[in-house]
Design a protein around this ligand. Structure first.
Ligand code: ADP
Ligand code: MG
Length: 679
């Protein structure tokens, strides 16, 4: 990065201490940061219309000449109303402004201006209220719209950017060397910055954007590759390349074709020359646990240990339960290591683990704690990976000497995000559900029909089924939405004689486990819960789910929730109660109702709600993207990824010409949330 980029923002013309503070609110501290504060939109002033041609009631730009001096009148409440008339030779345009006494000085009779606003058509003339305007000739094709903040308007930001651009040296250093730019047809950084802020045409903007998106992806990919390359290339835990038939025979079911493929692929990886690095992507209920179990078994049988990390205690406990059920008959010693294990027991488990007396450790991120030592860790598995940072994944693999790595993603994260976060991994897709799965019927109702829904639930209960009732809040917050506790009371009253459990994220782990355990064992028949049941909980007898305030959730989250039912042999029903929300919400929920394909849902979610849901929480451990759009820039991501691989493996990065790019990588990952990433 050019050194001038580090200049403090307050050194800029027009930016005093006050404004500098506001800029900092937007995350802008330096000149470079300002130039990387990209517009979120552009106003198109490039093709003004004649008044007669302009569409009514829509934002448009028209050209017209002011025909007389604007008049200012004072009305009630000491407000100013300013009227002006303009004309384009064919039609008349009446303009109204409020409380801006400078208008007469800005709109001069005989001068022609461009006006941007909503046009209304009256009988004798057209009108615009409080349009933006600029004198013809001074108009610029596209005006950037910045993410502004209170006290710092888009206009002020644009001016600051203009000043910043003017300060750039004639020959700005470009972190992408000329050869690379030529090969991938990318414009120079100066051109890109100039045109991303003040494009003369949409073509120029495309050219600028393409380069900046490419660079952003490239930096991210190279950063990820550097982190991961800390891993040794040599396979220190080779296993025989044989399908674990004898293990498969122990299973209470036949593996699906997809499961068999995934297992065979994992085995082949672990028998190969370098450590396994594989992502198993499979929708809820596709049977990832059995794949994990088979691979654990293969590694353990070759004399190494395995570790499985889950994002929550409940999920870890459940994995422990199902994996030990599958593996202990095969002689595998399993242990659950979470924060809620009693200290003495915990200490004993740690000793056994270090002595190699435990084959498979299952836990939460507590597995990465310093005290946890393995005798010979051969395989690391993380479940629901998108909840862990890259750093955490790496930290767990560092408990062994280059162990194999298997990542299980239950959330069908959008393809683009998968490419990004797991770009270097082989992928197995479980695209086949175990046989005998029942349809889930989904209904969308309004709160007025709640009683009928309860009646429906009662019918399921009468048939011996269990059900979930999901509500969004732990505590009452005055928004009119119910808290879990009070909702629990409502439900108890509505279903007399039925045992009701209540579960939420703020409960102590032991309490949660108690509640979950009661429900799993059928001691409680209804479970009122927040989204803590979202991940992984498996109770096949639960066949009905009612979700209150469904409008509050992203589609992927709803999909996860709904995945808790339809897991057994019973026909299942999911009822969404939609409390409020506009047509978009209804459209979203309709889409959800119509499909059970998690990938389609995830992609739709990404398009509808933006990447914030997946990427906003910083839990992924990846830095935030500034310009790249993960829903639409897939092609560029692929290209950047190919480029990153080539640069990385050819050793080209060591060259002088790439020092600028390396500095960007350091900067990006240094700023990334969570623990520091060692590069
Ligand atoms: P997920 O992919 O969501 O983690 P699980 O591994 O929890 O799915 O499996 C969901 C349910 O399906 C479990 O009850 C599991 O025992 C069962 N299951 C897994 N594989 C099969 C199979 N091949 N045939 C029948 N049931 C299976
Ligand atoms: Mg699972």
């Amino acid at each position: 990065m050019s050194s001038c980029f580090h200049t403090s923002i307050s050194a800029l013309k027009g930016v005093g201490a006050q404004r500098a503070k506001l800029f900092q609110k937007l995350g802008v501290h330096s000149l470079g940061g300002l130039l990387r504060l990209y517009p979120r939109d552009y106003q198109d002033w490039s093709s003004p219309l004649a008044i007669a041609e302009a569409p009514a009631d829509q934002l448009c730009v028209v050209r017209a000449q002011i025909t007389g001096a604007p008049t200012v009148t004072r009305v009630k409440g000491n407000r100013l109303v300013i009227h002006a008339a303009a004309d384009d030779g064919q039609s008349v345009l009446r303009l109204t402004f409020f409380n801006n006494r400078y208008i007469p000085r800005l709109l001069l009779p005989g001068h022609t201006y461009l006006f941007r606003g909503r046009l209304t058509r009256g009988r004798s003339a057209c009108a615009m209220t409080a349009p933006d305007f600029v004198e013809e000739g001074k108009a610029q094709g596209f005006v950037p719209v910045y993410p502004s903040t209170q006290g710092l308007s888009s206009r002020v930001i644009a001016q600051a950017v203009k000043n910043a651009l003017a300060q750039l040296p004639e020959t700005l250093e470009d972190p992408l060397p000329p050869g690379l730019r030529e090969e991938y047809q990318l414009c120079h950084l100066s051109y890109a910055l100039e045109n991303v802020h003040f494009p003369r045409s949409m073509e120029d903007l495309d050219i600028a954007r393409r380069r900046l998106v490419f660079e952003e992806f490239l930096v991210l990919q190279l950063g990820l590759m550097q982190i991961k390359s800390g891993r040794r290339e040599e396979n220190l835990h080779p296993i025989p390349d044989r399908f674990p038939e004898d293990f498969a025979r122990l299973l209470p079911f036949r593996l699906t074709g997809a499961q068999q493929r995934a297992i065979a692929q994992g085995i082949a990886d672990m028998a190969g020359p370098s450590p396994m690095n594989r992502l198993v992507q499979g929708d809820v209920g596709s049977g990832k646990t059995a794949v994990a179990a088979a691979l654990c078994w293969a590694v353990i049988r070759s004399g190494w240990q395995a570790a499985l990390m889950a994002p929550t205690e409940i999920l870890a406990a459940q994995h422990h339960q199902s994996l030990s059920a599958l593996l202990e008959p095969a002689g595998v010693r399993c242990a659950l290591l979470t924060g809620s294990v009693k200290p003495a027991e915990h200490k004993r488990l740690l000793e056994q683990l270090a002595a190699g007396e435990i084959d498979l450790a299952i836990g939460t991120h507590s597995l990465i704690s310093e005290k946890v030592r393995f005798q010979g860790l051969g395989l690391v598995i993380t479940d629901e990976q998108h909840r862990f940072g890259v750093n955490q994944r790496v930290a767990l693999t560092q408990k062994g000497a280059s162990p194999h790595l298997l990542v299980m993603s239950a959330t069908p994260i959008p393809r683009t995000l998968a490419l990004m976060a797991y770009g270097d991994m082989e992928v197995s897709v479980l695209d086949e559900l175990p046989p005998g799965r029942q349809e889930i019927e989904t209904y969308l109702i309004d709160p007025g029909k709640r009683q009928r829904a309860y009646g429906y639930i009662q019918k399921h209960l009468d048939q011996g089924r269990q059900g979930y009732l999901i509500c969004p809040l732990i505590e009452e917050d005055g928004s009119g939405m119910m808290s879990v506790a009070s909702y629990g009371e409502t439900v108890r009253a509505a279903f007399p004689g039925i045992e009701v459990g209540v579960l939420h994220g703020k409960m102590k782990p032991a309490e949660k486990e108690q509640v979950m355990g009661d429900f799993a064992a059928g001691r409680t028949r209804l479970l009122v819960a927040t989204t803590v049941v979202e991940v992984g909980v498996d109770v096949p007898n639960a066949a009905i789910m009612l979700i209150e305030n469904a409008e509050r959730y992203g589609l992927s989250q709803l999909h996860q929730l709904r995945g808790r039912i339809g897991r057994g042999k019973h026909k299942s029903t999911c009822i969404l109660i939609c409390g409020s929300g506009g047509p978009e919400t209804v459209e979203r929920l309709r889409l959800f109702k119509s499909t059970r394909d998690g990938f389609a849902i995830a992609d739709a979610d990404l398009k509808l709600r933006g990447p914030g849901d997946f990427f906003g929480q910083r839990q992924h451990g990846l830095p935030q993207m500034k310009i790249a759009d993960m829903a639409t820039d897939v092609e560029l991501l692929r290209e950047a990824q190919r480029c990153a691989r080539r640069l990385f493996h050819s050793g080209a990065l060591a060259g002088e010409e790439y020092q600028g790019l390396l500095a960007e990588i350091r900067e990006l990952f240094h700023k990334a949330g969570g623990e520091r990433v060692a590069i």
